[in-house]
Design a protein around this ligand. Structure first.
Ligand SMILES: Cc1ncc(COP(=O)(O)O)c(C=O)c1O
Length: 444
């Protein structure tokens, strides 16, 4: 590591900083980025980032033009008003709430007015805002479907929140397991406050929760008085022709779901635009009633002040150019990920044939869409193994253990189909087979 200590008068002990900074969880995203950048030539099944070939910087200029044209022709904004909207501080909860609310209504059947939206600096900011607002007491507990996206557990760690994993089955989190966990927490004198999950093609498990389970989970949440934090970056990426499954928010009849949206995978992550739908009424001591979105606004005003209006304008332009929707804008990406997932699953079948695969304790799931496949292997798939895969086999993947809050996933790795060039999938999976063979020999 680089020596950065010389020449400074003051030095700090890591142990004197917030305890989360000593937690390896907070290093996991940076570590992955670091190792990916250290092996630029490796075939990478590691990151859940969009495919570079789908990105065109020209789209930014066109989207920005479409948005300013929309402001002048449809909203009758003057040149000065447009400059002010794009270049000044703006309303904390965002300038494209109306466009976003219309898009989400058209794309997802979620009919919630713009006032209940907060446009965030990525979904990640949304997680932090909503956790800060909802968790009032040290005894409040966040339930998470496990394995779980590190963005939420990391945000919970920053805020010193207690997290209780609820292990997913092959078809996702089971309502009975949520009820049991909530009752156990209550029996310990604590309050189960909310359940976080990614119902559509979860990160990392790739699981797509069946519609009946979505209904049953809402019922379980009602029974246990839990809020649901539904995070949905991958819902547009189905591998089959049928209808997408309904979002839990669109099924929510009693305002139990706070919806976390992201445009990172459906548009592009560099815009850093996410959104929160928080239409829960909040009763104030003076008898007035507002929305949870208004309360989130107070927190946002003390964190990012407002999401960059320029970035909002770009995503606003993407919506305007696509008939007010995001789904058509994501069609080319959806096709690409559909094909790359099929390619990845085919390559796995070819490179790990039966019956040897099962005899060796190797398996994987077969997601119907999204970015991620989870593979189980008969050796410890940790960071040291990843270094060997990168250095000796020119191959990157993600260890699963970071996605488990209290241990687990030691013999699993996550393969992402999203960022790898299609023509390299076969070769990459052949390298994976060589790596797995070498690790099996090593562990004998
Ligand atoms: C489940 C999940 N939620 C949220 C995000 C991050 O979204 P954003 O880039 O909008 O912060 C990701 C990114 O990988 C994700 O997988």
């Amino acid at each position: 590591m680089q020596d950065v200590s010389s020449g400074t008068a003051v030095s700090l002990a890591l142990g004197d900083l917030h305890s989360s900074l000593s937690d390896p969880l907070l290093d996991s995203m940076n570590f992955l980025n670091e190792i990916v950048s250290r092996y630029p030539q490796a075939i990478s099944f590691a990151p859940g980032r969009p495919y570079d070939g789908l990105l065109d910087a020209g789209d930014i200029t066109e989207a920005l033009e479409a948005y300013t044209e929309y402001l002048s022709s449809e909203r009758q904004f003057t040149k000065e008003q447009i400059a002010r909207q794009l270049m000044q501080y703006g309303p904390t909860n965002g300038i494209i709430r109306d466009l976003m609310a219309r898009a989400v209504a058209l794309d997802e059947g979620i009919d919630v007015p713009p006032e209940a939206y907060v446009i965030t600096a990525g979904c990640q900011e949304g997680m932090l805002l909503v956790l800060r607002a909802l968790f009032a007491d040290p005894d409040d507990v966040l339930l998470v479907a496990s394995p779980c996206y590190v963005g939420i557990t990391g945000a919970a760690r920053l805020l010193d929140l207690s997290v209780q994993p609820v292990i997913e089955g092959a078809s996702g989190i089971e309502p009975a397991a949520v009820i049991a966990a909530a009752q156990q927490i209550r029996a310990e004198g604590r309050r189960p406050r909310a359940l976080y999950l990614v119902p559509d093609f979860s990160n990392p498990s790739g699981v797509n929760l069946p519609t009946a389970a979505r209904h049953a989970l809402l019922e379980a949440a009602r029974q246990e008085d839990l809020l649901i934090l539904e995070d949905n970056p991958y819902g547009f990426f189905h591998s089959y022709e049928g209808d997408p499954r309904p979002t839990m928010k669109s099924l929510d009849r009693d305002g139990r779901v706070v919806y976390l949206g992201s445009t990172a995978k459906t548009a592009f992550p560099g815009a850093r635009i996410g959104y929160l739908i928080a239409d829960q009424p909040v009763h104030r001591p003076d008898g007035t009633v507002g929305l949870l979105a208004d309360e989130l606004s107070k927190i946002k005003s003390m964190t990012t002040v407002n999401t960059s209006p320029i970035a909002q304008a770009v995503i606003g332009g993407v919506l305007v150019r696509n008939g007010g929707r995001l789904r058509p804008a994501a069609e080319a990406s959806a096709r690409f990920y559909h094909d790359n997932m099929a390619r990845l699953l085919d390559a796995l079948d070819r490179s790990f044939p039966e019956p040897e695969r099962t005899a060796a304790g190797i398996s994987w799931n077969r997601p119907e869409g999204g970015f991620f496949v989870v593979m189980t292997v008969p050796f410890v798939a940790d960071i040291a193994a990843l270094e060997r895969a990168a250095g000796r086999h020119n191959l990157l993947w993600t260890p699963m253990s970071d996605f488990y809050v209290d241990g687990g996933g030691t013999h699993q790795l996550r393969l992402s189909c999203s960022a790898v060039r299609p023509e390299l999938v076969d070769q990459g999976i052949r390298s994976l087979a060589e790596f797995v063979a070498a690790e099996r020999l090593r562990s004998q």
